[in-house]
Design a protein around this ligand. Structure first.
Ligand SMILES: *Cc1c(COP(=O)(O)O)cnc(C)c1O
Length: 410
């Protein structure tokens, strides 16, 4: 049998299961739902083992059989992946969850887990011959795609809300993306871009879940967590959810690993965490709904979670329910307090979206949903450094040798 770099087989609609050729560019299904990449997992199982993977380069491309890019020549990379799975012993003990771990995505290129989706999405768009790609963004996805598109020499058009973190705007401009700033939310930016993309021959709309390959990059978080635990499952994985790509990706790859026979039929309980200022998935989960309703006046400092109408909301709900998980909304004050508590206890300054997961863990332990014996992995999706405004540090400036006048050391 030919050894295949990728075991990609076809695309399948996540709602109506219609089948599509994976050899050409596709957006969503005619029914409006996202398309999912499907693989010849029997071929992959005959070709690669976890032991083979252990000997490969420390990047997400070590899982190339389970990724859509057809050969190493098409890989656009900064060496992303294999981020640390950090134990949080001091904070874990304080929260009553001593087996607390954090998958820390801060060290990725552009400092958020959006780099995973961009690495695989850009590689595949370029491989399939897209003339350019376009997306609305809350900032981090745009920054990541801007970097990878520049590396691939693929033209990139991006529109973001005016109050998206300023650094992400600079990142897009710095890497030469065609960047627009909109007085509105991400869905407004998306509405403005659609006709522009339609007028550009060969361009692709790469909005969240409107193309199938960003999800494939994001699923590698799940692969890494399982590999770093020695191909063993934790009890619970807690994910911040905006568009839901991270959580859906983890759920998807767990099914693929089970089919490969690398894990059993059990699943970690998947917890979706949102900010109270934009929680369409939590509201749907609590009311027993299968789909989300648009969230009015969305607002939170956890900007990556400001997604009022996620296209893949129904998939997040399915993933959470199927695994016996739950959905939790956290007010901004609580997630900022959790961010400070973690930084003081463990020395790591994480983004507000990741901090929301720690606030959720505290709540779920208090309510008894989490047990003291549970092994819990929280996903930190980015570095605190990208959100300097979340920690005010306006300290007095002392004159040289001015201890007594303005301040005294503790
Ligand atoms: C985009 C983003 C999220 C939300 O991720 P989804 O995959 O859209 O659910 C969380 N945290 C950060 C830092 C992000 O940039």
């Amino acid at each position: 049998m030919d050894r295949r770099y990728s075991a990609l087989s076809h695309l399948e609609c996540s709602r109506c299961t219609a089948r599509f050729d994976s050899g050409e560019l596709h957006g969503t299904c005619g029914c409006g739902a996202p398309l999912l990449a499907r693989y010849d997992l029997a071929v992959a199982a005959g070709q690669v083992t976890p032991a083979d993977i252990a000997g490969r380069e420390p990047s997400l491309w070590r899982y190339h059989e389970l990724l859509p890019v057809s050969g190493p020549g098409f890989v656009v990379s900064f060496g992303e992946g294999m981020t640390p799975l950090l134990p949080l012993p001091r904070l874990g003990r304080a929260l009553g969850v001593p087996r607390l771990l954090m998958k820390d995505e801060g060290p990725l290129p552009t400092a958020t887990f959006k780099a995973r989706g961009a690495a695989v999405g850009v590689s595949r768009a370029a491989e399939l011959g897209a003339a350019g790609v376009a997306m609305p963004t809350n900032g981090n996805a745009g920054a990541a795609w801007a970097a990878y598109c520049a590396r691939a020499a693929l033209p990139f058009l991006v529109a973001m809300p005016a109050d998206a973190p300023l650094i992400t705007r600079s990142e897009c401009v710095a890497t030469g993306a065609e960047t627009y700033v909109v007085d509105g939310l991400i869905n407004d930016a998306g509405r403005m871009l659609a006709p522009v993309v339609g007028q550009r021959p060969g361009w692709q709309d790469v909005s969240t879940l409107k193309e199938p390959y960003r999800l494939e990059g994001k699923k590698t978080i799940g692969l890494e967590i399982i590999e770093q635990l020695g191909w063993r499952l934790p009890d619970v994985i807690v994910c911040p959810v905006g568009g839901g790509v991270g959580l859906i990706g983890i759920w998807k790859v767990l099914a693929e690993l089970a089919e490969l026979g690398w894990i059993g039929s059990g699943r970690p309980r998947l917890v979706a965490v949102q900010a109270a200022g934009c929680a369409p998935i939590v509201t749907a989960f609590e009311s027993g709904a299968d789909v989300t309703s648009p969230w009015p006046q969305a607002r939170t400092c956890a900007f990556g979670l400001t997604v009022p109408a996620p296209l893949g909301g129904f998939l997040v709900l399915q993933a959470v329910r199927e695994t016996g998980g739950c959905a939790v909304a956290v007010p901004d004050a609580d997630l900022l307090a959790a961010q400070a508590r973690l930084a003081h206890a463990e020395g790591t300054w994480i983004c507000p979206e990741g901090a929301a997961c720690l606030a959720a863990v505290a709540r779920l332990r208090e309510s008894g949903w989490l047990a003291e014996t549970d092994e819990v992995v929280v996903l930190n999706t980015g570095a605190g450094l990208k959100y300097p405004e979340t920690v005010p540090a306006d300290l007095p400036i002392l004159p040289p040798d001015g201890w007594s006048a303005r301040a005294t050391p503790r």
